[in-house]
Design a protein around this ligand. Structure first.
Ligand code: LCS
Length: 393
């Protein structure tokens, strides 16, 4: 059905545009690598584009296209390009916008591997990058060079929860003809719509909130224009970082409950943040829903909710952090985020361990920083778990 004028929850459930001839209530898994043509002529039409028939799953598959259409509609974009992982989406965007001699500007606390791959692999193609605090617009202006070809944002950033003014950065970038890509993993389209704020491309690790059940690794790119869609789709196809139909089915299924999962998780997150903020063993808490967050007002303007991610610093640094993590019982000590279960992790020794000490300091990742991805458990149990672990710190 056409869901263009329907509400967000209705879109979550009914968007995608797939119609099953047999009346299946959900889009089936087309677990096939290839599709047969009706005739030589039909095959020729599929290849020329005269017919929109399917050819080969790396190029397109009904289960995957249903998911691509759905996420594109949720993000108010032109089209979606599903990828094998969030990192595949990140690299497809890098490859699409950056050619030899180009320069990238990005946030110094983006997801660790998004930065690590840029600094380790891309210099061999003579691609340069500058990592700054994009929450400071002066730094953004100063980092731009004549050869800057992409600004790559993540907001809230991982794991410092710094909020970048997406609209303001897009304005600065567009005055110089530079496209902006936003990694919207932490928010999902339920809480933030970067394309509406001016961005050209948005991407997701759908491993997180969009799938939401910690049982799939997947990525998605959504573009505002047809031109960027065609360019990035061709990269996905030719690099071969396509999604698998089963992965698409699982993700589409998880996506249906995105809003109710996030509603509950962010209610929990606010209560946990408030609890931690008053705890004597906690030095600071960063959560966009707390008035103490430096970009509280911007978060309220740019996001429609505060999300389920928060970080905090323990008095006592590294050893306090480790003690806490070794003593939580309900929260799982694990990387990743955005699932229905609460996860706790320690960026300095895990996701951001490859950064130098200096880079970690610049990115605001102290030794005592602990990151929480809050799930949908009962709040009393979550607070009790934090309490009993903090007693041991
Ligand atoms: N972007 C963000 C903001 C992420 O948090 C991650 C993964 C990725 C991209 C990459 O996505 P993937 O390829 O894993 O689907 N974030 C992780 C994290 O914080 N801990 O483990 C993975």
């Amino acid at each position: 059905m056409d869901t263009k004028n329907k509400g967000f929850n209705s879109k979550l459930i009914h968007a995608g545009g797939f119609h099953d001839r047999l009346g299946s209530a959900v889009t089936p898994i087309y677990q096939t690598s290839t599709f047969s043509f009706e005739s030589a002529e039909h095959g020729a039409q599929c290849f020329s584009g005269e017919s929109d028939g399917y050819i080969y799953t790396r190029l397109g598959n009904p289960t995957i296209i249903d998911l691509e259409n759905t996420v594109a509609e949720l993000e108010n974009g032109f089209g979606g390009i599903a990828t094998s992982s969030g990192m595949a989406a990140v690299n497809a965007v890098y490859l699409g916008f950056l050619s030899a001699g180009a320069h990238l500007v990005s946030h110094n606390a983006v997801y660790g591997p998004s930065r690590a791959v840029m600094e380790s692999l891309y210099p061999k193609f003579n691609i340069k990058s500058t990592y700054i605090d994009t929450t400071d617009l002066e730094q953004v202006k100063n980092a731009i060079r004549p050869e800057t070809r992409l600004i790559f944002l993540e907001s809230p950033a991982n794991p410092t929860i710094g909020i970048t003014d997406i609209h303001a950065v897009c304005k600065i970038a567009h005055e110089k003809g530079i496209p902006v890509c936003v990694d919207n993993t932490f928010c999902s389209p339920y809480l933030q719509k970067p394309l509406d704020l001016g961005a050209d491309v948005v991407l997701h690790s759908m491993t997180k909130f969009i799938n939401g059940h910690a049982d799939i690794v997947a990525g998605m790119i959504v573009t505002k224009t047809k031109e960027h869609y065609k360019m990035l789709r061709s990269i996905m196809i030719n690099v071969g970082c396509n999604m698998d139909p089963h992965q698409a089915f699982m993700t589409r299924r998880g996506l249906k409950t995105l809003a109710i999962r996030i509603d509950r998780a962010q209610q929990n997150a606010l209560k946990v943040a408030e609890y931690l903020e008053q705890h004597p063993k906690v030095e600071w808490v960063k959560y966009p829903g707390l008035k103490s967050h430096p970009q509280y007002e911007l978060a309220k303007k740019q996001m429609s909710g505060s999300g389920a991610m928060l970080s905090f610093g323990l008095k006592g640094g590294l050893s306090a952090g480790k003690t806490m993590m070794n003593n939580v019982k309900l929260a799982l000590l694990a990387v990743s985020l955005g699932g229905i279960e609460t996860l706790i992790q320690h960026p300095a020794s895990m996701t951001h361990s490859k950064l130098t000490k200096e880079a970690k300091e610049k990115a605001g990742i102290s030794d005592g920083l602990v990151r929480l991805s809050i799930g949908i458990e009962d709040i009393e149990d979550l607070i009790e778990d934090m309490e009993q672990a903090l007693v041991k710190v």
